[in-house]
Design a protein around this ligand. Structure first.
Ligand code: ATP
Ligand code: MG
Length: 393
């Protein structure tokens, strides 16, 4: 019965050229989001975006709910511009939107001023018709209705809709530039990546892999997590950095309790280089204050000194339960809890330094050839392009 889906986006603060770039990006992302379903045009007009329906309303809506930048969608019936066609459409919409009954009102907009009735008259005529043709489980309610049936009269026809289905909100991926995401196989960093994408950021994922101390399955887990993220961001480039030599050098040369601090300083140095090579301007991590030894403020301070790039930590104010909730809702959780080892855990000291001092870390690093280690790790870095369900390397 529905012919179109009306897509609403947040327009606040969007003006002039920015606005058209935002809309063009969103249209592109919508096209990519519905790829694989029946082909169709995506129409951008009258300050709105419209997606035609092809017998696949539910599937299309599900896909649109994974496109950042969309606030809500409504399935729409389009009919001839005459009152009885509008009334019949409104009845279908009411019964579909509120199958159990409930209270409703009708609202009309009339950009097409040639239509012979005024908006309040149309609302009234449609409302009375709905009331007369519905069982008494439906009540008209002007002030706090459970449902509002919207009628819009345009030169192209009359549009009738009732449901407003909430979507992911945020900004279209690709509208806010590019950043590196430090992606472990854990629960937190995929959620941080999802939150970065929600703000329109294109993600360049970096994973530190310590083969043979960490297995191929640990790497596969990260690829699978990128696939989950790619459902929201379209395409993710994953840089798998071979971190083994760096970890060995740290173990041989640095005091054990500083192992994690120095390892993470090396990670940030590498992430910064990869960012610079890929025109990325920030580093995202899944850190949250106080979670583990390397996430105390003293630790973050000492680790952060190696980079001038903004290090963004979208989970910083969140509790673990809140993070897990998002992880589950984006279907990353079951992958994240697979039990494979991570490079952070294999050389985990018994007593990591909770308050590592910057001077000490710098002193210990004097024993390492930091630049050579970085260069070697970058040379061995493998880049995978992950596009939704398939991988092209
Ligand atoms: P996560 O659940 O994301 O693994 P965590 O709570 O286990 O986080 P840490 O292991 O201390 O915390 O890691 C903190 C952050 O450092 C991670 O969220 C991630 O951004 C980054 N990180 C840790 N290990 C790796 C890795 N092997 N490759 C890439 N990034 C990593
Ligand atoms: Mg971890």
């Amino acid at each position: 019965m529905y012919e179109l889906i009306l897509v609403r986006y947040g327009e606040l603060g969007l003006k002039g050229k920015n606005k058209s770039q935002f809309i063009n990006r969103l249209v592109l992302n919508i096209k990519r989001g519905i790829k694989g379903l029946a082909p169709r045009e995506v129409i951008s007009t009258w300050g709105r975006i419209w997606v035609p329906v092809r017998d696949d309303l539910d599937q299309t809506i599900e896909r649109l709910q994974q496109v950042f930048g969309i606030y809500s969608v409504s399935p729409v019936i389009k009919v001839e511009k005459n009152l009885s066609a509008i009334q019949e459409a409104a009845l279908k919409v009411l019964h579909d939107a509120l199958p159990q009954g409930g209270s409703f009102k009708v609202e009309t907009r009339r950009p097409d001023k040639t239509f012979p009735m005024l908006s309040p008259e149309i609302s009234k005529a449609v409302g009375s018709y709905l009331f007369a043709h519905s069982p008494d489980i439906y009540q008209a309610e002007m002030h706090h209705p459970e449902h509002t049936i919207q009628v819009e009269i345009r030169s192209e026809g009359a549009f009738v809709y009732g449901q407003v289905i909430p979507c992911a909100k945020g900004l279209p991926v690709g509208s806010s530039g590019r950043a590196v995401l430090m992606l472990s196989g854990g629960i937190d960093s995929p959620v941080a990546g999802w939150m970065a994408m929600k703000r329109g950021v294109t993600i360049e994922a970096v994973h530190f892999h310590s083969f043979p101390f960490t297995s191929e399955r640990a790497k596969q887990k990260v690829i699978d997590l990128c696939q989950v993220l790619a459902l929201w961001g379209g395409k993710i480039r994953l840089h798998v950095v071979h971190f083994t030599e760096i970890q060995k050098a740290i173990r041989q040369n640095c005091r054990e309790e500083y192992g994690i601090t120095i390892m993470r300083r090396m990670m940030f140095r590498l992430a910064e280089r990869i960012a610079a090579e890929n025109k990325a301007f920030a580093i995202y991590t899944g850190e949250s204050v106080g979670q583990v030894a390397s996430q105390t403020l003293e630790s973050m301070y000492t680790i952060n000194q190696v980079t001038n790039m903004p290090v963004l930590r979208p989970l910083v104010g969140m509790d673990k339960e809140e993070i897990i909730k998002i992880s589950q809702s984006i279907k990353a959780f079951d992958i994240s809890i697979r039990p494979y080892e991570d490079c952070c855990t294999i050389f985990l000291p018994d007593y990591p330094k909770i308050r590592p001092r910057l001077e000490e870390a710098i002193m210990m690093e004097e024993k390492l050839d930091v630049e050579a280690l970085i260069r070697e790790a970058l040379e061995k870095t493998e880049v995978l392009e992950i596009i939704q369900e398939e991988i092209i390397s």
